[in-house]
Design a protein around this ligand. Structure first.
Ligand SMILES: CC(C)(COP(=O)(O)OP(=O)(O)OC[C@H]1O[C@@H](n2cnc3c(N)ncnc32)[C@H](O)[C@@H]1OP(=O)(O)O)[C@@H](O)C(=O)NCCC(=O)NCCSC(=O)C[C@H](O)C(=O)O
Ligand SMILES: [Mg+2]
Length: 349
């Protein structure tokens, strides 16, 4: 680990100074597209207006023969598109692949001034972040980039999970972490075949009421991802960076997608990945606080004055701790309202 005084120094002569705080920008959905797919690429200028983050994916889901076309496609799209307030991210290939080095060299050199965040897959520990950190600094210095590119890790191996706290703290560039449930399931040797979401076999069963063990026993499906998301949220919140749920692969099941996203939102995630246009509005709905919750939060904060003591509102006790939760809700609502006029009207802030 670097000493605390060195932590905020550039890692290469001429590289921009690292940021001390990760800015909170609306991040309800990270919309994935394949830059080598002409149909998807053609939709980027329109989709970029509707999403908080648009991500050119270079890793899994891109065929090997298209890896270089995807990298070049992202360069071309980034140069030709004005993204406004929408963040532009990329997911590079994994660090042990034949493409990762050229992904970073090409993207930082060609479009480093437009790239907000580099998502790094299959991060195993702080050493992976340190490698990317130094390389980015060298490339930024050479390209004359004045704003540091941030780094986002995907949590998708058992080893990465074990080291999640050190990953979150590894660099001032660390912007956040996403759960990669499909790779993580494989790495853990979970016996599932899905990309995120629940499983009907993971359940608890009501106790028997008589001698017949097969009758009258309701089963309750459990959340396979609860422990993982909660641990990731703690690692992120403990380091002032942002946690995200990852992909939900059953594109047609918009109902279960909304449930999975909402579980993540309630546990502290700021957003999720959208893999298909149909998932964009689901993420927007779920990761924008409900106007009724915002109205309640406003009422509590106003009633609590300096935030200390206890008051009764609608029959419920509110105190310093519930007031702090309400401030979290209000801060998010205010940040989203600045970007979204419909939400600004709904929240009446
Ligand atoms: C999932 C898909 C393969 C589905 O594609 P398709 O069969 O073409 O769907 P549709 O026919 O319904 O598409 C309708 C039109 O919309 C365009 N489209 C589809 N997806 C996108 C998109 N993401 N962005 C922009 N435009 C999109 C189609 O081209 C159609 O256009 P048109 O014909 O002109 O009407 C596909 O959606 C897809 O490939 N999505 C991205 C998948 C992806 O990125 N996967 C990687 C992330 S998940 C992962 O890596 C796992 C994770 O790491 C882990 O370990 O858990
Ligand atoms: Mg993966």
């Amino acid at each position: 680990m670097r000493n605390p005084r060195a932590f905020l120094r550039p890692l290469a002569v001429g590289a921009p100074t690292p940021v001390a705080d990760i800015p909170f920008r609306p991040s309800r959905m990270i919309h994935f597209f394949d830059p080598s797919n002409p149909k998807m690429a053609a939709k980027v200028p329109d989709i970029a207006k509707k999403v908080d983050i648009i991500l050119g994916n270079l890793e899994d889901a891109i065929k090997i023969e298209n890896k270089e076309a995807a990298r070049q496609g992202l360069v071309d799209i980034a140069k030709a598109t004005t993204f406004g307030d929408t963040q532009l991210w990329t997911r590079i290939n994994s660090l042990d692949s034949p493409w990762a080095l050229d992904d970073l060299i090409t993207l930082v050199t060609e479009i480093g001034d437009k790239l907000d965040v580099v998502m790094v897959p299959k991060v195993e520990g702080a050493q992976d972040i340190h490698y990317v950190d130094r390389l980015l600094a060298q490339l930024e210095a050479r390209a004359g980039i004045t704003r540091p590119i941030l780094v986002h890790a995907i949590l998708e191996t058992a080893e990465g999970m074990t080291n999640v706290e050190e990953i979150a703290a590894a660099s001032p560039r660390m912007q956040g972490i996403s759960l990669g449930p499909a790779d993580l399931a494989a790495s853990r040797r979970m016996k599932t075949t899905r990309v995120g979401g629940g499983h009907p076999g993971y359940l608890v069963r009501q106790d028997p009421t008589g001698d017949d063990l097969t009758q009258g026993r309701t089963t309750y499906q459990q959340d396979l991802w609860h422990y993982t998301i909660a641990r990731m949220v703690d690692a992120c919140a403990g380091n002032d960076i942002l946690p995200f749920y990852g992909p939900f692969g059953d594109i047609k099941d918009v109902v279960a997608c909304e449930d999975q996203f909402r579980n993540a939102f309630l546990l502290g995630c700021v957003g999720a990945w959208s893999l298909h246009p149909v998932q964009i509005d689901i993420a927007k709905k779920v990761f924008s606080p409900d106007p009724a919750d915002v109205a309640h939060a406003k009422q509590v904060v106003e009633a609590m004055g300096d935030g200390s003591g206890a008051v009764m509102i609608n029959g419920k006790m509110e105190d310093d701790a519930s007031c702090k939760q309400c401030i979290v809700m209000l801060d998010l609502a205010k940040a989203l309202a600045e970007r979204d006029p419909e939400l600004a009207a709904a929240y009446d802030l």
